[in-house]
Design a protein. Structure first.
Length: 211
C-alpha cells in the first residue's frame, strides 16, 4: 500500500494524531503480556470504568518509564476511540490492520487491537462512546401551518402569508417560530444546498474507507 493511499483511506483520516504516530516508538520495549494488561485497562476506561488502581499496579510493576507509559496509554486510547466511532460496516478489519502496519505497530499488537475493535466488546464500547460524546437534542416531532394576516395595526388589509413551525425535541422542550414565506424559501434553499454539499463530500475518496 502506498503512503498516499494509506492516508486517504485510513480510519484516522488524512492527519494522524501525534499520540498515535508516536505509538510504535513507545511500544518498542513492551512485551505482549504487558501490552495486553495495558490494553485491558484502556478498554475498561473506554467503557467508563475506574481503572486508576489497575494503572497504578501496572506502573509499579513495569520497568517502562512513567512518561513512556503515559504516551502508550494515550496512543492506545486514541486508536480504539477513533476506530469505535466508525460503523463496523464501513471499517473493514483488514483495512484497520493495514493502517496499523503503516504506523509500524508490531503484528502481535495489531491482532490484539483488532480483537477489541471487531470483538464481542464492541457493542459496549460503542454505547459508552455514544454516552460520552457531546450531542444536541434531536427533533422528535415537527408541525407547521401557513397563516395569513388579514390586517395589522399599521395596515388595514395586509394579506401577508407566514409559516408557523413547532418542533418537539428529545429533551421534552418545544421550539416555536414564525417566518414570512420569503424567509421560508431561503431556508428551503439553504437546506437543499447543505444536503448537496454533504453528498458531494461523501463522494470524495478521502472520506471513503476502501477495501
Amino acid at each position: 500500500m502506498s503512503s498516499s493511499h494509506a492516508r486517504d483511506s485510513s480510519f484516522l483520516g488524512s492527519r494522524i494524531p501525534p499520540e498515535i504516530e508516536a505509538l510504535s516508538k513507545n511500544l518498542k520495549d513492551v512485551g505482549q503480556e504487558l501490552f495486553r494488561r495495558i490494553l485491558k485497562a484502556v478498554v475498561s476506561a473506554l467503557e467508563g470504568k475506574d481503572c486508576r488502581e489497575v494503572m497504578k499496579s501496572i506502573a509499579e510493576s513495569s520497568v517502562i518509564p512513567p512518561e513512556t507509559l503515559n504516551h502508550i496509554v494515550a496512543g492506545m486510547y486514541r486508536v480504539l476511540s477513533e476506530a469505535i466511532r466508525i460503523p463496523v460496516s464501513s471499517l473493514k478489519q483488514e483495512t484497520f490492520k493495514e493502517d496499523l502496519r503503516e504506523l509500524r505497530i508490531p503484528e502481535e499488537f495489531i491482532t490484539d487491537f483488532s480483537s477489541v475493535v471487531f470483538g464481542n466488546r464492541r457493542a459496549a464500547l460503542e454505547a459508552a462512546t455514544s454516552r460520552r460524546d457531546p450531542h444536541l437534542p434531536t427533533i422528535e416531532e415537527f408541525k407547521w401551518r401557513v397563516d395569513v394576516a388579514i390586517s395589522t395595526s399599521s395596515l388595514a388589509r395586509a394579506l401577508q402569508p407566514s409559516v408557523f413551525m413547532q418542533m418537539k425535541l428529545s429533551d421534552g422542550t418545544f421550539q416555536r417560530f414564525e417566518v414570512p414565506v420569503s424567509k421560508f424559501q431561503d431556508l428551503r434553499y439553504n437546506v437543499a444546498l447543505i444536503l448537496k454539499e454533504m453528498n458531494d463530500l461523501e463522494k470524495r475518496s478521502i472520506l471513503n474507507i476502501q477495501d
